[in-house]
Design a protein around this ligand. Sequence first.
Ligand code: FMN
Length: 194
Amino acid sequence: MKITVILGSPRPQGFGGRIEKSLLGLLGEAGRKAKTYELNPLTYRGCQACMSCKTSADVCVQKDDLTPILEDIRASDVVILSAPIYMGEVNAQAKGLLDRFYSYLGPDFRTNPQSGRLAPGKKMVFIMTQGNPDEPTYAAVLARHKRTFDMCGFTDVLPVQICGARPGSETEAGKKAATRLADVAKAIFDSRPE
Ligand SMILES: Cc1cc2nc3c(=O)[nH]c(=O)nc-3n(C[C@H](O)[C@H](O)[C@H](O)COP(=O)(O)O)c2cc1C
């Protein structure tokens, strides 16, 4: 089982990083073999709207530090992406990557609900962390991104929303997330490729 982990927060030891590590721990050997990327130190641009991925190519033609990540996502069974909420949205580091997911949509994506280019069977674990303790406040952000992951062709999108991610509440947030992470790990194992 190939797992790619992407950390959107500039704080690798923060809530998102801790939750990702906990999930990898639950995934045992497969988790230990996972490849992890931190977005913050990388050099990349958002989508340039060149439309090459809708006309002459079926991949993103921009070559930068996101290129191997976009390729690894295509080759993975499970993608674990974490992003903190900044100013009401996923942070810029994560959004820059998400905009490049446009290359996972086929040219007819507006009319064809099956136009995602990702091979069937992939799981996306989307970990969203927020300082605000109120879950409904950003539930719409999660739902919106889930929709685009569905469109790209991820078969299962498994959201993990971590609320009240404030300094000093790391242990409490970890405890609260434990049941959800166990469910996510079970969902990954239950559909494990042979
Ligand atoms: C620039 C900035 C903007 C933020 N904006 C929000 C916000 O709009 N809503 C919110 O609930 N938390 C906000 N936060 C808190 C972060 O969501 C929280 O610190 C983050 O989820 C922690 O994740 P991490 O430890 O993985 O970095 C903001 C934090 C920063 C640094």
